[in-house]
Design a binder for this molecule. Structure first.
Ligand code: GDG
Length: 473
């Protein structure tokens, strides 16, 4: 193995546990590369300064990889077989929990063998975390694939302090109650000392489910959890809205080459008066179909003219082996083809549809090229795209149309707020955004930028870890 392995095996005072390790490589012969993304950017400095460890799946099925050092962190791979990936990841995580927690936009599937695999894999993650944590360490578990880890880890290592952050919504009780394993999942999460959610409403939904299902007393987010020895401990359920590395986006957006690329993008679209932009993982929660329907009707009603406007829609490939995602892709691509067929001219296209992933520089150039950003999610834990758009608008212009069903809507109150199910309302909101005078754009963007700058991802991790430190000591 490479030079990364020199200090492998050391115990860590801070351990992050997530489904994926923060590194990637396409081939076992290649070097590891850091994955892009805000979570990695936020947690890496914390782990580097504490000699911390990160536990997660290295990204290839059946890969047995020994722990190794990377960028000052100890990386502890958890192996997943092709069957684990199918049952635990694509199955229970992405075809049971994901649709259920996003208000059953797509019907969740409940399969006992998926659940069994979820338990088995969560146990594996908990054992890996237990083996690397130093005495009294702090362990921070990330997201819905690992909801059982807090309790499993507490059983193995009662000395460690455990935090859990839930990146997706926690649904209302009536929906949550459908889950056949609803009590086990709540108990799993309650193994943590602090359970963090994106919105105040998510933390409230969780506390309500705990009261209804387990009968524990909850008071302003403090949950009294009975312990094995007949005592009681307190778990805290609270909102910590996640954010982005705002300074990094600001810096990229000021780069002359990125600004030149933004101009080039507009020119290559035929310099339309208005560029609308959407970028999402191709996921049924993101409301891409609703967005296309509203836009298609605006063209059909002659409220918009294809000579003056183009919608750029980046739909990055996602979960391509899950049936609901294959069907969604077909639906979206049929709709895009129809709208373009009906409205395109030889020189202008209604929708420039891109089923690709792009480097971050290109994303920022696209944000800068877009007069109007469309975020029309039907349900979204936070939605970082909305924050990235705002952080990239160093020119102070641009309009954000934002679904009220995103966590971001609680914070980004100067956006144009929409209910994406209301197609007429969405059409009016798009027109308002297109026609918004520049001074109003600037006024709103100033407030939005201030919010994102003052609450960045470093602030998020500081506040979570600060609370974790204070509730337990
Ligand atoms: C989950 C929750 C919560 C997308 N396409 C490309 C690309 N992206 C990047 C975006 C953004 C990220 O992916 C997507 O984050 P979102 O927050 O919008 O949505 P999810 O992926 O569903 O994330 C969500 C989040 O976790 C964090 O807690 O906000 O609610 O569902 O950063 O920029 N990035 C690049 N190329 C692409 O083509 N480089």
């Amino acid at each position: 193995m490479s030079a990364h392995t020199d200090r492998a095996g050391a115990k860590a005072d801070v351990v992050v546990v997530s489904n994926r390790l923060p590194v990637d490589r396409s081939d076992p012969e290649d070097e590891w590369r850091r994955s892009p993304g805000g979570l990695v950017a936020a947690l890496e400095p914390v782990l580097q300064s504490t000699g911390g460890a990160w536990v997660g799946w290295p990204g290839q099925p059946d890969a047995e990889v020994a722990p190794f050092r990377f960028d000052g962190m100890e990386l502890v791979p958890v192996a997943l077989s092709a069957e684990d990936i199918e049952l635990y990841y694509e199955g229970f995580s992405n075809d049971t929990v994901w649709p259920l927690y996003h208000d059953v936009i797509s019907p969740p599937a409940f399969h006992r063998e998926w659940w069994d695999a979820y338990v088995r894999v969560n146990e594996r993650f908990a054992r890996a975390a237990a083996s690397v944590a130093a005495p009294d360490a702090t362990v921070w578990v990330q997201d819905y694939q690992l909801q059982l880890v807090p309790q499993l880890l507490r059983e193995l290592r009662p000395d460690v302090v455990i935090g859990y952050f839930h990146h997706i919504p926690f649904p209302a009780y009536g929906i949550y109650a459908q889950l056949p394993w609803r009590r086990q999942v709540l108990s799993g999460l309650l193994g943590a000392d602090v359970i963090g959610f994106q919105r105040v409403a998510d933390a409230g939904n969780f506390a309500r489910a705990v009261r209804r299902q387990l009968g524990y007393e909850t008071k302003a987010g403090a949950i009294r959890v009975p312990t094995e020895d007949g005592g009681v401990r307190t778990a805290v359920a609270k909102a910590y809205p996640i954010s982005i590395d705002a300074a990094a986006y600001d810096e990229l957006a000021r780069r002359p080459d990125v600004q030149a690329r933004a101009r080039e993008i507009r020119a290559s679209l035929g310099d339309p008066a208005t560029v609308l932009f959407g970028v999402d993982r191709l996921d049924y929660t993101k409301g891409i179909g609703h967005r296309l329907k509203a836009y298609g009707e605006l063209l059909a009603d002659d409220r918009l003219d294809v000579e003056d406007v183009t919608l750029v829609q980046v739909a990055s490939p996602s979960r391509e082996r899950v049936a609901a995602y294959m069907q969604l892709r077909d639906e979206i691509e049929l709709t895009v083809g129809r709208i373009n067929g009906d409205h395109d001219t030889v020189g202008h296209t209604a929708i420039r549809y891109l089923h690709h992933s792009y480097p971050r520089e290109e994303m920022v150039a696209l944000y800068l090229a877009a007069d109007v950003m469309l975020v029309t999610a039907l349900r979204d834990g936070m939605n970082l795209v909305a924050k990235e758009y705002v952080a990239s608008r160093v020119d102070g212009r641009g309009v954000l149309v934002l679904s009220e069903f995103t966590g971001a809507a609680d914070e980004l109150t100067q956006a144009i707020r929409v209910n994406p199910h209301d197609i007429e309302g969405l059409k009016d909101a798009i027109m308002t955004a297109i026609e918004m005078p520049e001074d109003e754009q600037r006024r709103r963007m100033r407030a939005l930028r201030r919010r994102v700058r003052d609450h960045d991802v470093a602030d998020w991790s500081r506040s979570f870890l600060g609370d974790l430190d204070s509730v337990t000591r």
